[in-house]
Design a protein. Sequence first.
Length: 278
Amino acid sequence: MNLHTNLPRPARVVERIQESPDIFTLRLQYPDAVSGERIVFAPGQFNMVYLHGVGEVPISIVSDPDSEQLFDHTIRAVGRVTRGLSALREGDQVGIRGPFGRGWPLAEAEGKDLVIVTGGLGCAPVVAVINYVFRRRERFGHVTLLQGVKHHEDLIWRERYASWAEQPDTTVALAADNPGHDSSLFEGNVVQLFDRVEVAADNAIAMLCGPEIMMKFSADALLARGFAPESLWVSMERNMQCANGLCGHCQVGPLFVCRDGPVFRYDQVAEWFFRKGF
């Protein structure tokens, strides 16, 4: 059920997963869901997650769209609301508004090679994409997954990456500025991985998610390899509060991240990258 309402809908925590020291996943379910009701969202959309008495924050939905009546949010505990959410346990409740925003262009990506580049917890908004693609593997060409983190302990979902690497016609490359003793990680940043893998621009689409500087340099690397600007897509982060494009906190030029995004074609927002005030 897609509820675009100003009132949060109660959701119950059915499982809490500690992904790393400061990253956790809440698996949620609507206790008032009727039999057969499906959670409808597009990969790349987000919910406003409300903690009673504390506040609400926008969090990407990371579960597979085919997961019946369950949906996941992976969260880093960095602020007042997210630290409060980290204290929740099975049986506790939150409020949910959403889903909101525009998701990734998966229909446009069918029949094409797919390059997914993520940095830090930027992998979270595209996990739903990856699950979607591999459950419909015959619809897509070669899949390249590039992920970079600062510290090897920041790399969550290691088992998933190992499983994805075993998928047919798939390349997975991981990087860390500090790889520790993990020989599976390239020492460096995610942009440097472009020199270690082959990415063909012909009939390809790229999805970028993570820190803005990482997306900018990744886009530059892909453009230098022949990718057309209209074949690059990015997920933007801003301070979203209303999720309806009314408060103006997430405005980027003439666009609102909550309403017009968070996923944008790169050439729609490139001029606003690093511009002071945006």
